[in-house]
Design a protein around this ligand. Structure first.
Ligand SMILES: *Cc1c(COP(=O)(O)O)cnc(C)c1O
Length: 360
């Protein structure tokens, strides 16, 4: 067996210990004689799996009792529609456009009501986070929406916007569980699991209870109402059962690692290795404003498309995979999620140093 260092933005690296446990439990989950994949989601055994997963997530994030945790499907992209369908009571919402995912969410919301772009960093190809301390928040906005960590561009909101009392809705797909958060500052946060938590197919939404109501836009399908899933413990229909099990193993792993404070320290250390090198390199440079740098996704360039391509090719041959930047921006991007070991980032920096040395 040979494992590579996988810098993919998603689906992405998972902790090896989790994969090993899943492998060990594959044929016979804890004496049940079957795999979790083959099990009724209505069985006692499975109920314990999902309950334990939720309890551990609540403990890790310190989720207050007046928030529901929902395990959903449809990817983060389905939330682009579910958020307005469920929360746009006045049919008005304010969006902060810091990249492609925020833009897609904003465009989708415009199918349902008036979604205002109240700030944007499109003028400099999303290389920074706009000042959000005093935005023209709409009087009757139902919520203010952000994409907290911009997976493609490598920026992160280090300070949440002042929403002037409106509920904050955040797509945290690529920074979920990367650091402690104060859940009470959000009306809702959600993310696809395949970036930092588990396999594709699971979306986790954490929503303040008062925002989960029957008062949704007319025509909202039963399956797309938060209330349907909240009232049924995420089991209105068959949930993404195996994916939730893997997420649960990752939550246990995070607890063993010392929780979110400890994982943040680990993430800061890893990101610093890479950013410090980028800041001192003659060949490579980071592409975003330093104050807004993400700990999870690190885009960089050489300034020459040919050299970028040669670098990605050589890195791949050296077992450093998926470093090509997003197809819409080019260059390189190293995604260094929770499960990327420090040794992986060290190997990447060593490889970049050598590549630079051999660059004429
Ligand atoms: C990947 C990603 C998405 C899209 O996720 P899907 O599960 O493919 O729909 C949305 N938002 C962010 C921040 C992402 O990183």
């Amino acid at each position: 067996m040979s494992r590579v260092y996988n810098f993919s933005a998603g689906p992405a690296v998972l902790p090896e210990a989790v994969l090993q446990q899943a492998a060990a439990e594959m044929l016979d989950y804890q004496g049940s004689g079957m795999s979790v994949m083959e099990m009724s989601h209505r069985s006692k055994t499975y109920q314990k799996i999902i309950d334990t997963a939720e309890a551990n997530l609540r403990e890790l994030m310190g989720i207050p009792d007046n928030y529901k945790v929902l395990f959903l499907q449809g990817g983060a992209s389905q939330q682009f529609a579910m958020v307005p369908m469920n929360l746009m009571k006045n049919k008005v919402a304010d969006y902060i456009i810091t990249g492609q995912w925020a833009k897609k969410a904003w465009q989708e919301a415009n199918l349902y009501g008036q979604a205002n772009a109240v700030a944007s960093s499109a003028d400099k190809t999303f290389s920074y986070i706009p000042d959000c301390r005093d935005l023209p928040i709409s009087e009757n906005a139902d919520y203010v929406y952000i994409c907290e960590n911009n997976t493609i561009y490598g920026t992160k909101f280090w300070q949440l916007p002042d929403t002037k009392g409106k509920p904050l809705v955040a797509d945290v797909s690529s920074c979920f569980l990367s650091e402690p958060v104060d859940v009470s500052k959000y009306g809702m946060l959600y993310g696809g699991a395949q970036k930092n938590i588990g396999p594709a197919g699971v979306v986790i939404a954490i929503i303040r209870e008062d925002l989960i109501t029957e008062d949704v836009l007319p025509g909202t399908p039963t399956m797309l109402r938060y209330k349907t899933h909240a009232d049924n413990g995420s089991m209105y229909n068959t949930p993404p059962a195996y994916g939730i099990y893997i997420c649960g193993l990752v939550f246990q792993w995070l607890k063993q690692m010392g929780g979110l404070e400890a994982i943040k320290a680990h993430n800061v250390e890893k990101a610093k290795l890479l950013y410090d090198y980028l800041d001192s390199s003659r060949l490579f440079q980071g592409t975003v404003e330093k104050k807004d740098r993400s700990l999870m996704n690190v885009p960089f360039i050489t300034g020459s498309a040919e050299k970028d391509e040669a670098f990605v090719k050589a890195a791949t041959a050296a077992g450093l995979l998926n470093l090509k930047g997003h197809r819409t921006v080019g260059g390189m991007r190293a995604s260094i999620y929770n499960a990327m070991p420090k040794a992986g980032v060290e190997a990447l920096v060593r490889f970049m140093e050598n590549f630079e040395k051999n660059d004429p």
